[in-house]
Design a protein around this ligand. Structure first.
Ligand SMILES: Nc1nc2c(c(=O)[nH]1)N[C@H]1C(S)=C(S)[C@@H](COP(=O)(O)O)O[C@H]1N2
Ligand SMILES: [Mo]
Length: 199
């Protein structure tokens, strides 16, 4: 008689309802970076919110840690077709960063040490849907995976989860980020298979 463990069996098969179309499950945690890994000491780290008028507010590392932190367990989906279930993160909700900010912006550009950018509608960043995370799997987030801190926007393809995050620039008119300007989909919803520009 076969022994079927919960979390083994059919989990991650292509008919698994947790897998978006065209994805397969990975046990590892692949590293995908378009550039060399920047090494940013925490005492040199800063995150800057820039409004559409150019007004800026920055948080140093200890100020980020002073904001209320949340634990997040979520599935992630890379456009190169791997998905990973139940990843464990800790960080600050983007809502905490945007609290008290009055803006006409509809979108934001995430900016990074190293120069990567990715654009998102503010509606995907607010309402408990996005975090600035600094711990993964119970440990400080390693540099390969975007430490000291990265964006986590799990409802979109993982290229939207900018590693080595150093800011959000609020936009009244949407602009393409790095991959969005190179033929990838502007929005990137894995459930609608928005991989490439014309999907
Ligand atoms: N700054 C930066 N962030 C980035 C990337 C990158 O090249 N640079 N790659 C993106 C892509 S395509 C993916 S799939 C995920 C990969 O995150 P991981 O390396 O932790 O798996 O980071 C995203 N964030
Ligand atoms: Mo990716």
């Amino acid at each position: 008689m076969a022994v079927v463990n919960r979390g083994f069996g059919s989990k991650g098969r292509s008919d698994d309802p947790r897998l978006p179309p065209g994805q397969h499950l990975t046990d590892g945690f692949p590293v995908l970076s378009a550039s060399p890994t920047p090494l940013i000491p925490k005492d040199k780290w800063a995150f800057t919110l820039t409004s559409e008028t150019g007004a800026q507010r920055s948080w140093r590392w200890h100020e980020l840690l002073d904001l209320p932190s949340e634990s997040v367990v979520t599935d992630i989906h890379c456009v190169t077709r791997w998905s990973k279930f139940d990843t464990h993160w800790q960080g600050v909700s983007v809502d905490a960063i945007l609290a008290g900010v009055t803006t006409d912006a509809t979108h934001a550009m995430a900016t990074c040490y190293g120069g990567y950018t990715t654009n998102l509608p503010l509606s995907e960043l607010r309402g408990g849907k996005a975090w600035i995370v600094y711990r993964y799997g119970g440990e400080d987030l390693g540099a390969l995976h975007g430490g000291p801190a990265r964006l986590l926007v799990p409802q979109l393809y993982f290229w939207k989860s900018a590693k080595w995050l150093n800011g959000l620039r609020l936009l009244v008119r949407d602009e393409p980020g790095f991959w969005e300007g190179a033929g990838y989909h502007n929005h990137g919803d894995p459930w609608r298979e928005q991989r490439y520009e014309f999907d």
